[in-house]
Design a protein. Structure first.
Length: 216
């Protein structure tokens, strides 16, 4: 299943003109995507790890990550523990969302990672996150999704607030097996909020729109 916004097939570029025609899609992570996600985690800078609350000593080796990811991709769909969606712009993968602690028919915990630093802050993240949330809701028949970024991570918190997801809790915990114990903000990833954001930023031709109502 692939969810998408817009219809242009132009090659990805961070330039303004290409952003206006970008085709945004999410799809299940595939074996061919593994080099990108492995590089993202194994080449994290200390600054980016600190921002996200990741303990670098807990990041597995490239070999172990590949083995773990291959098992996730091959896992039977009726017994998921974690599921990953690739974030694509004009067909090129630029990041991913993961859903962890999945209880089909009930709840899951969502994480987001934009691999390409040059595309952060360009307006892709909120739309790709919302597309991913709607995919997860449909794929696992969920009633609710939460997302818990590090409380002082400006990028993740800013994106979730921009979309309009409600902040429901601030607490001390570790958000994943790679994370340090730190202050986390819990957001309710409400299905209607994601749908409304995508509608508001999509024109009748299927092109996403920026906050000024212009194609973006």
């Amino acid at each position: 299943m692939e969810h998408r916004v817009a219809s242009s097939k132009k090659v990805i570029s961070p330039s303004c003109s290409d952003r206006q025609n970008a085709r945004l899609t999410v799809r299940p992570l595939a074996i061919d995507d593994l080099d990108g996600i492995i590089a993202y985690f194994t080449e994290l800078s200390q600054a980016n790890a600190n921002r996200m609350g990741i303990e670098l000593d807990r990041v597995p080796s490239a070999t172990q990550l590949r083995s773990d990811l291959n098992k996730l991709i091959a896992a039977p769909p009726d017994h998921p523990s974690t599921f990953l969606l690739a974030w694509c712009v004009n067909g090129e993968i630029i990041g991913h969302s993961s859903l962890k602690d999945i209880v089909p028919g009930d709840v899951g915990s969502m994480h987001l990672h934009m691999w390409r630093a040059d595309l952060r802050g360009k307006g892709y993240g909120p739309k790709l996150f919302c597309l991913s949330a709607l995919d997860f809701y449909h794929r696992f028949n969920l009633k609710r999704i939460i997302c818990e970024p590090k409380a002082d991570n400006p990028m993740a918190n800013g994106m979730l607030k921009k979309v309009g997801f409600p902040l429901v809790l601030t607490h001390i915990a570790a958000s994943s097996e790679l994370s340090v114990v730190c202050e986390l903000n819990r957001y309710a990833i409400v299905r209607d909020v994601a749908e409304r954001y995508l509608r508001r930023h999509t024109d009748e031709g299927g092109n996403t729109r920026n906050n000024n109502g212009q194609a973006a």
